[in-house]
Design a protein around this ligand. Structure first.
Ligand code: DGT
Ligand code: CA
Ligand code: CA
Ligand code: ZN
Length: 572
């Protein structure tokens, strides 16, 4: 079982317990456990297999959860989950996954209206019986209908990070085969798209039969969907489909280019080739019958007088213009990042202490780390009052006095209140090194209201960046209504940054919005929003999205030393 699968089981247990009205602390333990496992940098299954490692050493994993991880890894199932599933109508599970409908509301719908299937839910919304329920209303009802749509799409695509987990495991599995001479992943996964529909693998091999046999033996394969001479498709237990193609060595570059896509990018490339009297397909570039290119991607692009284009840019946006003008950006790399400016500790809803987070940041070679715990409005996240925050900052001062190399920044993630304004007074914010502001409440307000709240926050002299600026949760919640163009202009005017939240479920701002920020001259700050040590490793997902937005090192604030960021913000 992969970490994502284990985490999904814990999330499901938490949902079902909450649906039943179980003790909130017990529910929370499972949610924290899910987060801890999802953020692990190594496979939980490997930890279980090794004799000298203790799962309870992972913050958020106590003795009970550790045992459950072992059970899951060893048997693939969890008795507690089976028990819960037996007690609850089957359709409830699907309802629980509908964006905007938490376990509490699902329980109300079941109790009051007897809703136990998605179909019943849709019907009740369409007949406005949901709006009539106490605590629901017309807006919520409309949101549930939108959620039903989103849920239907969400079943089809996984987070890039999940696809990456599978891709790595498959690469390891196939890598052991001597018959394979070259292997690359193509498709949306190679382009670093935030979600992936299926995985596409290309191999050059001495003998395709052996490769296919070995592919089918991968332990995660649930079903072989199709098998031909050169192509094979399987469905994994996780439901993800994987296509494997065996190609000739002299066609490898052409096939890699073709199957990396995007389709829109390939259409443009084919058009350019045609204008030169050439034909491009997955076998090569041809003039008449003659193959003039195909072994490498460089050859293929070279045939139409273009430099090689990084896969992340291949979306038929600006990449061909840039390439033709010799102005492809030098894309940012993970190694350019010098610090993380949005993280949590045990002071609010994090699972690691300030000291532990600091040690982890040093291990990652960072120069600075901002601890940005929640402000008090975020009650469910154990948000801090002004007094608590000032005490925390004293502790940070003391830490800095004792350590060299890493600078810990006194930060806060301050809530932008529903009625406008910030959750902390200016005289407190003034004492922080770094302030991110975020909308957690009032997300259903009108576009005008939310935009005005965010622009007001940008105007506050102590706010440095807006965190996860659109509030989207991939596959689970649409972005709230916000005029991003107006927000970016305001950010530019006030000399502020915008966050690219690197968490795989957020990636907010997304690639297109990052490009827009660059266009407006607004620096992006890539932050992990880590709630535990391993959460810091999400940085690479953020960097990947930034690359898709065409960002270079200079476009990203936290590639600079801290003193330069201070200058950038015009702070003293
Ligand atoms: P996904 O899997 O939905 O996340 O997205 P992709 O981009 O990986 O799409 P997929 O797996 O259907 O195909 C992989 C690539 O192969 C795609 O990006 C471009 C290329 N390709 C596949 N089918 C066609 C086609 O009918 N025409 C063209 N021009 N290219 C295609
Ligand atoms: Ca694909
Ligand atoms: Ca495919
Ligand atoms: Zn946060």
């Amino acid at each position: 079982m992969t970490n994502s699968e284990i985490a999904a089981v814990f999330e499901q247990v938490a949902d079902l317990l909450e649906f039943q009205g179980a003790n909130p602390f017990r529910v929370r333990a499972y949610r924290n456990g899910a987060r801890a496992i999802r953020d692990l940098s190594e496979a939980a299954a490997d930890l279980v297999a090794s004799t000298d490692r203790d799962l309870t050493a992972i913050p958020g994993i106590g003795k009970d959860l550790a045992e459950k991880v072992v059970t899951l890894v060893q048997t693939g199932t969890l008795p507690l989950l089976d028990e819960l599933l037996a007690q609850i109508p089957e359709g409830i599970l699907a309802i629980l996954r509908v964006p905007g409908l938490g376990p509490k509301r699902t329980a109300t719908l079941y109790r009051e209206l007897g809703i136990a299937t998605l179909e019943q839910l849709r019907e009740a919304c369409e007949n406005h019986r949901v709006a009539a329920l106490k605590g629901f209303g017309a807006k919520t009802e409309a949101a549930i209908l939108r959620g039903l749509e989103l849920a239907a799409q969400a079943d089809l695509r996984v987070y890039w990070a999940e696809a990456d987990e599978v891709a790595r495991a498959l690469r390891e599995h196939l890598g052991g085969l001597r018959a394979i001479r070259q292997l690359e992943f193509a498709g949306s996964y190679r382009r670093g798209k935030d979600t992936v529909g299926d995985l596409d693998i290309l191999v050059v091999a001495e003998d395709s039969h052996t490769v296919m046999e070995h592919f089918a033996e991968y332990s995660g394969v649930a079903e072989v969907l199709a098998r031909g001479d050169t192509k094979m498709s399987v469905r994994l237990q996780s439901k993800l489909q994987v296509d494997l193609r065996v190609v000739a060595e002299e066609s490898f570059g052409a096939a890699l280019q073709y199957f990396t896509g995007s389709k829109a990018h390939n259409v443009v490339l084919r058009g350019m080739a045609k204008a030169r009297g050439l034909k491009v397909n997955e076998y090569g570039v041809f003039r008449g019958e003659d193959r003039v290119a195909g072994r490498s991607e460089e050859e293929v692009y070279g045939a139409v007088d273009l430099p090689w284009i990084p896969p992340e840019l291949r979306e038929a946006r600006s990449e061909f213009d840039w390439a033709a003008a010799g102005q492809l950006p030098k894309l940012i790399e993970l190694g350019d990042i010098r610090g993380d400016l949005h993280t949590h500790s045990t002071w609010s809803d994090g699972l690691a202490t300030i000291e532990e987070m600091a040690a982890a940041a040093r291990q990652r070679g960072y120069q600075y780390l901002a601890i940005t715990d929640h402000s008090k409005r975020a009650t469910i996240a154990n948000g801090l009052s002004a007094d608590q925050l000032l005490r925390q900052w004293e502790e940070i001062d003391q830490w800095n006095a004792k350590h060299r190399g890493l600078k810990l920044l006194k930060g806060v993630e301050v809530d932008i209140l529903e009625a406008g304004g910030l959750d902390l007074p200016d005289d407190v914010l003034a004492q922080a090194d770094w302030v991110v502001a975020s909308v957690h409440f009032g997300q259903n307000q009108s576009r005008e209201r939310i935009t005005a709240r965010v622009i007001d926050a940008l105007a506050n002299p102590y706010v440095c960046a807006i965190a996860h600026p659109t509030g989207r949760l991939i596959n689970r919640r649409n972005a709230y209504e916000i005029d991003l163009d107006a927000v970016l202009k305001a950010a530019r005017g006030h000399g502020k940054c915008m966050e690219l939240n690197a968490h795989p479920s957020r990636l907010d701002l997304d690639d297109v919005a990052c490009a827009a920020a660059k266009h407006h001259g607004v620096p992006i700050v890539i932050s992990t929003d880590a709630h535990n040590i391993n959460g810091l490793d999400a940085m690479r997902f953020g960097v990947l999205q930034a690359r898709r937005g065409g960002l270079s090192k200079d476009d990203v604030a936290n590639t600079r030393p801290w003193t330069q960021i201070v200058k950038l913000l015009g702070k003293r």
